[in-house]
Ligand binder design. Sequence first.
Ligand code: A2R
Ligand code: GDD
Length: 316
Amino acid sequence: MRVLVTGITGFVGSHLAEFLLSKKCEVHGIERWRSDTKNIESFMDKLNIHECDIRDFHSVRKVIDDVKPEKIFHLAAQSFVPTSWNAPSETITTNVIGELNIFEAIREVKINPWIQIACSSEEYGLVHENEVPINENNPLRPLSPYAVSKIAQDLLGYQYNQSYKLNVVRTRTFNHEGPRRGEVFVTSNFAKQIAEIEKKKKPPVIHVGNLEARRDYTDVRDVVRAYWLATEKCIAGEVYVICSGRDWKIKDMLNYLLSLSKVKVEIKQDKSRMRPSDVPLLLGDNTKFSKQTGWKPEIPFEKTLEDTLNYWRERV
Ligand code: A2R
Ligand code: GDD
């Protein structure tokens, strides 16, 4: 099976690449000339890496034509929500035009691979207490340019399936974490701060943003398994929620991480970590996806946090 992963140098892409290698796939991925390849370094010799920027149609078309993949996992994106307020145009271009380039390249090259699109729980945005757990039919009330970009990716996937019968499967994944998570994201950021405090590389103060938000967390290793199943067992054109069905207040997540360490810390809210509009509550219902594929998450979030902290302990 010849598979192309966009975003292979990123957090999810690197875990997916390892999973695909374990399935004996021929794994192709894209990188940009300045991409940081540390996430895939230890198995890079088993991968086929092509230079490509998804904003550039010529470069996307060339990769699709050279590889002619049977499956595409489209993960590449500007993925950090706060950056989408600082660079909204770049976020929309990368996420929306980038996906459009992939769809149009597929049409021009005249192949019809399965394509998984990494959509997001952020699309739901403002969710009221009486609207959880969230399923595929909840309203979309985006609260960031990033969320809008993901809605556009999601709906383009629907439209290209309807118009051209492309085999697109849309996965609306809730937060997923684990080792290699980018250090700006909350679980990874807090774990890194704790590891630095343990090594006395920074004063015992943890800088935080909004600790009241609630998120439904799944381990990244369960998520990449879900993405594979999405391309094996799901229906083209459909959208599926992928989540654990359990929510954590960010404050409780921080307290759990702290319980894994002996350090005593002060917690300080940092204004720059607060968002113009934060998504207050995300708690999902994975019934549709579980019924279709038999998937359920296997790794408890406590283990994910422990692994993330140990990851940083080895690196700071
Ligand atoms: O920044 P790079 O060159 O290392 O590559 C990142 C890639 N990427 C791009 N690739 C090609 N052309 C672009 N214009 C471009 N912009 C970004 O996307 C990296 O490999 C990946 C993003 O990785 P992370 O930020 O670690 O995201 P994560 O957590 O793996 O999220 C995967 C997907 C995204 O679509 C999220 O929006 C969704 O899951 O939640
Ligand atoms: N990053 C960050 N840093 N977030 C903080 C902090 C902090 O210091 N303190 C509190 N938070 C809160 C945020 O306000 C948000 O409510 C929550 O922690 C989670 O923030 P992130 O980890 O940055 O993730 P996200 O929910 O915005 O988005 C992630 O998950 C989406 C769903 O899978 C990203 O990975 C998106 O790309 C993804 O689509």
